[in-house]
Design a binder for this molecule. Structure first.
Ligand code: VNL
Length: 388
């Protein structure tokens, strides 16, 4: 508490002391990247950090004629820590932008600081629809759960799935996934037997999986945040739900490329809808995956791509403003359109949210590895959460 209230005062003081005689414009700009590098969501931080390092190497680390310095900070997945780190980055380090944000509560904790200080904030991971409305300084390069889940509400009833149970993590993105999947599924004549929830922290899937078995749906629809998929899949198999003929359908967060290869046969045939697969067959993605794996020895997932595109977006913005931050940088990022490893993406200038293709994919084994193989696409999907 005390530290938080002291910071702005100290920073104001140091600004007042240094400003008069620091004439020379700095030839370096700093970008703060705040992600969970430890704790339950560490894989998200590891992915984003790896992607940032790849982009820095490929771009030569220069934007708008200036050298870019990345300040990576580990918020451990705790909102109070995110808030403190973002404040320090803005006030003490004078970053031109803050980026990262591995979970919705962490992004929401930082949003007021972006607004107060007029610092652009690039959300590379968190995916609750409403996040972009928490500050006019937020732009997003990840995705939204309504964007990912609606397609499954279309696909499932047309592919022999009439009765489902849904299971989501009990917080923002889970609410969004459940609502948008269920509404679309009902609209297409499906029946929802039960809506189940698991907690964000240390979930135990055994009791809910037993409920699913008893309800005997055609399929179980699931959203879990990145990092929980492997454990869930293991228990799904151990409890014999696949053997009982219950199909698994999900957003691509569950068959996350970070863990997919270790999930084993139980994952085969799982159909998901999502905006990124490491198996996306474009030339750009093939190069991205090869370069990423060469540098880091693991496969990029959708968090890695959100980080890669997010940093690229900031670089393109800085190129346009010649290194200036604030409102100018924010405006330069709005409306950007470019090819990403996932396909074409647009930062909608009105909503500051991402518009992108959403693919329907099936887990298949190819050359001894598991992949989310894309077989259908909805083009240029805007966040349905904002089409009110
Ligand atoms: C969120 C959404 C986090 C989807 C995720 O993984 C995810 C979030 C950490 O908004 O908290 O896959």
């Amino acid at each position: 508490m005390q530290r938080r209230t002291l910071l702005p005062t100290l920073a104001g003081l140091s600004l007042a002391l240094t400003a008069p005689w620091s004439h020379a414009q700095s030839d370096t700009v700093k970008i703060g990247v705040v992600v969970p590098m430890t704790g339950q969501s560490a894989s998200t931080g590891r992915q984003i950090d790896a992607a940032v390092k790849l982009w820095m190497a490929q771009s030569g680390g220069k934007a708008g004629g200036k050298k870019v310095e990345i300040l990576l900070r580990d918020d451990t997945g705790v909102a109070d820590v995110t808030r403190r780190l973002v404040q320090e980055l803005i006030v003490n380090d004078k970053v031109v932008a803050v980026a990262g944000f591995g979970l919705t509560p962490l992004a929401l904790a930082a949003a007021p600081l972006a607004t107060q200080s007029k610092t652009p904030m690039v959300v590379m991971a968190a995916a609750t629809s409403s996040i972009t409305e928490a500050s006019p300084y937020i732009v997003r390069t990840s995705f939204t759960l309504p964007q990912a889940a609606v397609g499954m509400g279309e696909w499932a009833p047309k592919n022999g799935i009439k009765k489902v149970v849904s299971l989501v993590t009990d917080y923002g993105p889970g609410n969004d996934a459940e609502k948008y999947f269920v509404n679309q599924f009902l609209l297409n004549g499906g029946q929802v037997l039960e809506k189940l929830r698991t907690p964000l922290r240390s979930p135990d899937f055994a009791p809910v999986l037993q409920k699913v078995r008893d309800a005997k749906p055609d399929a179980l629809f699931v959203f879990l945040p990145s990092g929980q998929g492997a454990q869930f899949m293991k228990q799904f198999g151990e409890r014999g739900l696949d053997k009982a003929g219950i199909r698994l359908i999900a957003t691509g967060d569950v068959t996350d490329d970070d863990q997919l290869n270790d999930m084993g046969d139980v994952a085969l045939g799982v159909v998901t809808t999502h905006h990124y697969s490491a198996a996306h067959p474009s030339a750009m993605n093939k190069k991205f995956v090869a370069d990423f794996q060469a540098m880091h020895k693991f496969r990029p997932n959708f968090m890695g791509v959100g980080g890669y595109d997010g940093l690229r977006l900031i670089f393109k913005g800085l190129d346009a403003t010649k290194g200036q931050g604030g409102e100018a940088l924010l405006n330069a990022m709005k409306g950007q359109l470019f090819e990403s490893p996932r396909g074409q993406i647009l930062i909608d200038a009105q909503t500051r949210d991402i518009v992108q293709d959403v693919h329907t994919r099936k887990v298949e084994r190819k050359d001894g590895q598991l992949w989310n193989v894309e077989f259908d696409v909805q083009k240029a999907v805007k966040d349905p959460g904002k089409l009110k």
